[in-house]
Design a binder for this molecule. Structure first.
Ligand code: PMP
Length: 355
């Protein structure tokens, strides 16, 4: 820290992203990316059309892409907001809607960026404990009288709640904004997008980083009431008006035009998830029910950190957190069948080694 840093940020603990090793090739199951490349049409759209136009700024309103997303989800373009990854969207949510008088609540075990934004904006924040088995209880948020952020399915657990439960939360907090972070919704969960037309205080956040194989393009979006979207726009135009670059916009449009390719990939991920869980079951692992493209699992013989390190030494990267409540557990991204077979082979080797 330099002596020039504002005192406002003295105690800030920044988010630590998952490892993105640049030196060696791992079987990379640590940051929930898709194992599948973008659809061939995406490569064409980026090569042929847009690279030669990089001398020009992109459309700050993202008109074409917002139109495509609105069409896909049956809403109007004014209900759609584009962000540089859903991380940026979350930033704008905290910036726009939360303050001393409007505190925020989120699950105590969830996406690690929520408390970082709360700390960045020095917000009064409530970390709501999960229930037995890391289950999120919707009742715990009903009438809470705070802005709410919930990942559904939750991360790193993979557990999801239903639309009716979400509706209960939204309905019972009419003077606060409820943000449902659906980063992993396309792997078997039930989206609450149909509620958007009914409630002016609901924002649904999604990303192109997982199901749509575009983590490197950085694109997230929100769907919600036009007035909430206009507020997010205020934040964007006060921060970075050209937040989505040309190449990402072209890639995303081609992505939406090739939706079936991604639906099929999503189906394969769910198949590989069921396969991985059943193989881990045979080895005595305990795995939470997951509706996401990852599983949260623990091994009775090997503690989470030790399993993470042993797998890494064998070339397989998974995710582990040192937090005491989840230190026994590892989060494993579901990749291709071949990747999961390598994981399982290495797990079997490790179990043999510990005897
Ligand atoms: N929300 C959740 C729950 C996540 O796990 C992630 C990915 N780390 C994000 C949001 C951010 O994703 P992105 O910025 O790539 O859209």
């Amino acid at each position: 820290m330099s002596r020039f840093l504002s005192g406002r940020f003295a105690g800030l603990e920044a988010y630590v992203p998952g490892e993105q090793p640049q030196d060696m090739q791992y079987v990379k199951l640590n940051t929930n990316e898709s194992p599948f490349p973008p659809a061939p049409a995406v490569l064409e759209a980026v090569n042929a059309v847009e690279v030669s136009r990089l001398n020009l700024y992109p459309d700050p309103e993202g008109t074409a892409l917002r139109g495509k997303l609105a069409g896909l989800y049956g809403v109007e373009p004014e209900n759609v907001f584009l962000a540089n990854g859903s991380d940026e969207l979350l930033n704008f949510f905290f910036m726009a809607f939360c303050d001393e008088e409007r505190p925020v609540a989120f699950p105590a075990i969830s996406y690690g960026f929520y408390p970082v934004y709360a700390s960045l904006y020095r917000l009064p924040a409530t970390a709501v404990p999960l229930r037995e088995g890391f289950r999120l209880e919707a009742q715990d948020y009903c009438g809470i009288g705070k802005n709410v952020v919930i990942a559904n399915p939750n991360a790193p657990t993979g557990r999801a709640i239903g639309v009716e439960e979400i509706e209960g939360i939204v309905k019972s907090n009419p003077d606060h904004v409820v943000m449902i972070d659906e980063a992993y919704i396309d792997f078997g969960g039930e989206s609450c997008l149909p509620l958007v037309g009914k409630y002016e205080n609901l924002l649904v956040c999604q990303t192109f980083s997982k199901f749509r194989s575009l983590a490197g393009g950085r694109l997230g979006f929100a769907i919600g009431d036009a007035a909430l979207i206009a507020d997010l726009d205020q934040m964007k135009y006060s921060t970075n008006s050209y937040n989505i670059n040309r190449l990402t916009m072209a890639a995303a449009i081609a992505t939406i035009e090739n939706n079936e390719y991604y639906v099929e990939n999503g189906r394969l991920i769910q198949e590989n998830r069921a396969y991985t869980v059943s193989e881990l079951d045979k080895l005595g692992f305990e795995t939470l029910p997951s509706q996401a493209n990852f599983i949260f699992t623990r091994c009775p013989q090997v503690e989470g950190g030790a399993l993470y390190r042993a797998l890494k030494a064998k070339g397989v990267l998974v995710r582990h957190w040192d937090k005491p409540e989840i230190a026994d557990w590892c989060r494993i991204t579901i990749g291709s069948r071949e990747q999961m077979d390598v994981l399982l082979e290495k797990v079997r080797e490790i179990l043999k080694e510990v005897g």
